[in-house]
Design a protein around this ligand. Structure first.
Ligand SMILES: N[C@@H](CCC(=O)N[C@@H](CS)C(=O)NCC(=O)O)C(=O)O
Length: 212
C-alpha cells in the first residue's frame, strides 16, 4: 500500500511533505482534507491529528503528523540517507541547520509567507503582519547570509532535509517580496531549492504520485 498523505493541494505544509516524498521517490496518494469546510476539526480526524491540522501520513497503518517529523521518518525509512547524514559531524551540522530553521526562520517566515500567499490567492492577507514579520525575518537573514557564504547548503555542501524544510515559505517570500534580494548567498540558495524537480512538480498543487 502506498503512503497516504492527508492534506490539501495548495497547503504549504502538505507541499513540504510532498516535496520530500518526491526527493525520496516514494509513491503516495493524496487524500484531500477540506479545511475550508472544517473537515480537519472533527473528532474522527483528531484521532489522527489531535490539533486538527494538515498534513498527516498513514504509512501502512503508521500514523504521523508534523511535516518535519514526517520528513525525518520518511528519510529514515526509505533509501537516500544523505538527506539526514549518518556521519556524526555531518549529522550535527544537519541538526544545527534544522534548529536554525525552527528558531530563526519559521516563526517570522511562516507568518509572512502565509499572509503573502493569502494575498496571492485572493483570500486577504494582512499588510501590517507582512511588513512586521518580514522586518523580523530580515534581521535573522543576516546570520543565514554568513552561513551560506561558507557552504552551498545550510548544513554543509550537500542538500539535507534542513534545506527542504525551508520550502515552501522561502519560495513564497522569494516570489512575492524583495527581502532576499540584498543577500546574494541566500538568493543563490533559495533559487537552487525552488529549481529542484521535487519542488516544481507540485507548482500547480500537490497531486497523488504513483511513479517517478
Ligand atoms: N507545524 C505543522 C503546521 C501545520 C499547519 O499549519 N497546517 C495548516 C495548513 S498549512 C492547517 O492545517 N491549517 C488549517 C487549520 O489550522 O485549521 C506542520 O508542519 O505540519
Amino acid at each position: 500500500m502506498v503512503v497516504k498523505l492527508y492534506g490539501a493541494p495548495l497547503s504549504t505544509c502538505t507541499r513540504r511533505v510532498a516535496t520530500i516524498l518526491h526527493e525520496l521517490q516514494i509513491p503516495f496518494e493524496l487524500i484531500f482534507v477540506d479545511v475550508r469546510s472544517g473537515n480537519n476539526k472533527t473528532e474522527a480526524y483528531k484521532k489522527n491529528q489531535p490539533f486538527g491540522m494538515i498534513p498527516y501520513i498513514d504509512d501502512n497503518g503508521f500514523i504521523l503528523f508534523e511535516s518535519r517529523a514526517i520528513g525525518r521518518y520518511l528519510a529514515a525509512m526509505y533509501p537516500r540517507h544523505d538527506l539526514i547524514p549518518n556521519d556524526a559531524k555531518k549529522n550535527a551540522l544537519f541538526e544545527q541547520a534544522a534548529a536554525v530553521e525552527q528558531a530563526n526562520f519559521d516563526p517570522s517566515a511562516a507568518k509572512a509567507g502565509w499572509h503573502l500567499y493569502a494575498r496571492r490567492l485572493g483570500w486577504g492577507g494582512n499588510q501590517a503582519e507582512i511588513d512586521e514579520s518580514l522586518h523580523i525575518l530580515e534581521q535573522r537573514l543576516e546570520g543565514y547570509e554568513l552561513m551560506l557564504g561558507k557552504t552551498q547548503y545550510l548544513g554543509g555542501n550537500e542538500l539535507t532535509l534542513a534545506d527542504l524544510f525551508h520550502l515552501p515559505y522561502a519560495a513564497i517570500i522569494a516570489e512575492d517580496s524583495v527581502v532576499f534580494e540584498r543577500f546574494p548567498n541566500i538568493s543563490r540558495w533559495v533559487k537552487s531549492l525552488t529549481n529542484r524537480p521535487s519542488w516544481l512538480a507540485y507548482e500547480n498543487g500537490v497531486v497523488s504520485t504513483a511513479s517517478y
